[in-house]
Structure formats: structure tokens, C-alpha cells
Design a protein. Structure first.
Length: 346
């Protein structure tokens, strides 16, 4: 078997951390990314950390001729599929863009893999497939409900598509990884999240308030049925998350078929708890005020990650303090993400 992994979306937030981990584990890496939500500079930073660079192909997963060329030129063993659009609000306004990019793009990728006899596939799914979850914590046995927005529905459709492919052809080895809330940054402070425009997610938003780019945080609702009224999520360090991908790849190479795992810590924190921890860890003040609930938000979402522990021997080992400290290190080194002039202070 070859030793090369194709990482779609490898210049993005989670993808770039996965590229680093793969290179550090002796894999060859080919990145395919259209740079629609990332900068090539992320891969320079990967090289600064580990002294190795992936092959980079700028292009789109919907371009079947380009995919054909990539699979012809490289002896690809497996695909980590991160490429996709992920902004929930945008997916409500422009669903066609999401179905085309995420669903049609993934189908094009799978067809090309099939043509080239590559069947190991690790997919970035999301806890959003549980919709309004019927129980807490959420295990893989928890009923999958209709996701509350088009972005989530693209993830569920892709999961169904992969299940059908796996049922029809036993050569497919597939990991469906349902992420809870990835945050944090590589501990070097050189790799992190680079949101374009005003961030949608909590941690990037708080970091930009802390650095002074944004004035105050709006907390979406203090009337949720939770102890302090604010939303509860299971935040997971991005480096723990990508370690889960490497374990999943090892697992599917040994155990055929399709496997589903939650990747979370098993602990939920409210928005207020996150603000308090951020202030404590960084010493920064986070001004905030309450506003109405965000449409489609569930009150709480946290995982039971036991299946990944039992089957893959994977656990998320980094604490909330680690996540916040690493986020802040990256944010203060690179206030404008990869577009910043580097001014490392840590
Ligand atoms: P990201 O936007 O930072 O990375 C996605 C990358 O894919 C970007 O570099 C973008 O340029 C690229 N891309 C998008 N469409 C493409 C296309 N058609 N062809 C080629 N490249 C394309 O996002 P991320 O946070 O790193 O997320 C990675 C994956 O994980 C996504 O599929 C996302 O839906 C999923 N996910 C993310 C979260 C999260 O909170 N970050 C949670 C659950 C699931
Ligand atoms: N949140 C908030 N203000 C923001 C962004 C998020 O209060 O500006 C809340 C949101 O309502 C949720 C939690 O923070 O309860 C996590 O939101 P995020 O968008 O990061 O993750 P998701 O809701 O997609 O799980």
C-alpha cells in the first residue's frame, strides 16, 4: 500500500492541522483546495513547524478532470475529505451553493476514487446530523433527526450516500466522523483558524473581541433550558480532533466497512462558562450583552465519545484551558490570521 493521503480542504482550519499531523506521522500528503475560505500561507506555516511540505494543488473537488489528474499522478491510499462550505446562515440564504459544493462535490470525488480504485475515506461530518437531539449526551445510537439548516442537511445526505456506497460495494472503507465543536490552535501558535469577515462561531468571535477587532460579544439567548440559560456545547481541541482522524484511518484499514464515531470530549460548557474561562486564562476582559436566540440553535449538544475510545482507543485529552490558551496564542501572534505580518510574542 502507498503512503499518500489526499487531503481535500487541506489549507483550511481543520485540514491544515490534519496535514501537519499526517506529515509528522510519516505520510506523504497531497492537498487539494480551491482557497475559497483559506490562504496558501497556512501550508507555509505547516512547513515552518515540521520542516515538510505537502504537494499543493489549487483546484475544486467538483472538477472531475482535475481530480482524475491528481489520482493519476499520485499513488493515493486514502482521502481525508474536509473540503466544503460550512456557514449555516449562508446555507439558508444560498442552499444551491451548499448542495452543489458539498453534495455534488463529494459525489464527484467518490466517483473519481472509485475509478482509480481508492476506497479509504474519512469524512468530516458534524453533530448537526442529530438535529434537535432526543437525548443528552449524544451517542452514535442517538436517533439522527432532520438537521435544522441546509448545511446540516448536506452532511446528512453525504452520510446517507456513503452508507449506500458502502452497502453496494464492500471495497469501501469509510469513517463518518461527527465533530462536536472544534476550537483551539496548534500549540506552536503558528496554525489556527482564519475566519473571513465577522466570525459566526463563538471562540473566533470572543478572540476578536479580546484582540480589539470586535467591540462586544452578543450572547444568543439567556432563556435556554440550561442552568444559566445560555447554550451548551462540547468544545474539542482541533489537535485532538485530527488525532481522531489518524486513528480512524488506521482503524478502517484494518476493519472493512463503514464506521461512525462522535468526536467530542463528553463535557459541555455554556457560553457564560466559556466567557469566564477565556477571561481567566487570558486575563482579557470580554464585554458582552444578551440578545435573542439564534434561529436554529439547539439549547445543548454534547457527546458520549465512548465508542471512539472503545473501538479506536481515542480520547480527547486536551482541557478547555488548553483550548483557550492555544486559541489566544494564535490570535495574539496573528491578529488577522494568515494575512497578518508575523509578530510572535509567545
Ligand atoms: P474551512 O473553511 O477552514 O476549511 C474548508 C476548506 O475547504 C477551505 O480551505 C476551503 O477553501 C476548501 N474548499 C471549500 N470548498 C471547496 C471545493 N469545492 N473544492 C476544494 N476546496 C474547497 O473549514 P473547517 O472548519 O476546517 O472545516 C472542515 C470540514 O469540517 C468542513 O467540511 C466542515 O463542514 C466540517 N466541520 C467543521 C466544523 C467546525 O466547527 N469547524 C464542525 C463540524 C464539521
Ligand atoms: N454563540 C453566541 N454568540 C456568538 C456565537 C455563538 O452566543 O456570537 C453561542 C451559540 O448560540 C451557541 C454557542 O455559542 O450556543 C456555540 O456556537 P457556535 O456557532 O460556535 O457553534 P454551534 O452553535 O454551531 O454548535
Amino acid at each position: 500500500m502507498s503512503n499518500t493521503v489526499l487531503v481535500t480542504g487541506g489549507a483550511g482550519y481543520i485540514g491544515s492541522h490534519a496535514v501537519l499531523a499526517l506529515l509528522q506521522n510519516g505520510k506523504n500528503v497531497v492537498v487539494l483546495d480551491n482557497l475559497s475560505n483559506s490562504l496558501r500561507a497556512a501550508l507555509d506555516h505547516v512547513e515552518n513547524i515540521c520542516g515538510k511540505r505537502p504537494v499543493f494543488v489549487e483546484g475544486d473537488i467538483r472538477d472531475s478532470a482535475l481530480l482524475d489528474q491528481v489520482f493519476s499522478e499520485h499513488a493515493i491510499e486514502a482521502v481525508f475529505h474536509f473540503a466544503g462550505l460550512k456557514a449555516v446562515g449562508e446555507s439558508v440564504r444560498e442552499p444551491e451553493k451548499y448542495y452543489d459544493n458539498n453534495v455534488a462535490g463529494t459525489l464527484t470525488l467518490l466517483k473519481t476514487m472509485n475509478q482509480h480504485g481508492v476506497f479509504n475515506f474519512v469524512f468530516s461530518s458534524s453533530a448537526t446530523v442529530y438535529g434537535c437531539p432526543s437525548e443528552m449526551p449524544i451517542s452514535e445510537e442517538t436517533k439522527v433527526e432532520r438537521p435544522t439548516n441546509p448545511y446540516g442537511r448536506t452532511k446528512l445526505i453525504i452520510e446517507d450516500m456513503l452508507r449506500d456506497f458502502s452497502d453496494a460495494d464492500e471495497r469501501w472503507n469509510i469513517a463518518l466522523l461527527r465533530y462536536f465543536n472544534p476550537i483551539g490552535a496548534h500549540e506552536s501558535g503558528l496554525l489556527g483558524e482564519h475566519p473571513q469577515g465577522i466570525p459566526n462561531n463563538l471562540l473566533p468571535y470572543i478572540s476578536q473581541v479580546a484582540i480589539g477587532t470586535l467591540k462586544e460579544l452578543k450572547v444568543f439567548g439567556n432563556d435556554h433550558p440550561t442552568p444559566d440559560g445560555t447554550g451548551i456545547r462540547d468544545y474539542i481541541h482541533v489537535v485532538d480532533l485530527v488525532e481522531g482522524h489518524l486513528k480512524a484511518l488506521d482503524f478502517i484499514c484494518e476493519h472493512k466497512g463503514l464506521h461512525t464515531w462522535n468526536l467530542g470530549t463528553g463535557t459541555g460548557y455554556s457560553v457564560i462558562e466559556i466567557i469566564d474561562s477565556f477571561e481567566q486564562v487570558t486575563g482579557q476582559n470580554i464585554p458582552y450583552s444578551f440578545t435573542e436566540r439564534r434561529a436554529g440553535d439547539v439549547a445543548e449538544s454534547w457527546s458520549n465519545p465512548a465508542k471512539a475510545k472503545v473501538e479506536m482507543n481515542w480520547v480527547a485529552s486536551r482541557t478547555l484551558e488548553d483550548m483557550i490558551r492555544d486559541t489566544w496564542r494564535w490570535q495574539s501572534n496573528y491578529p488577522a490570521g494568515y494575512a497578518s505580518t508575523p509578530t510572535p510574542t509567545h
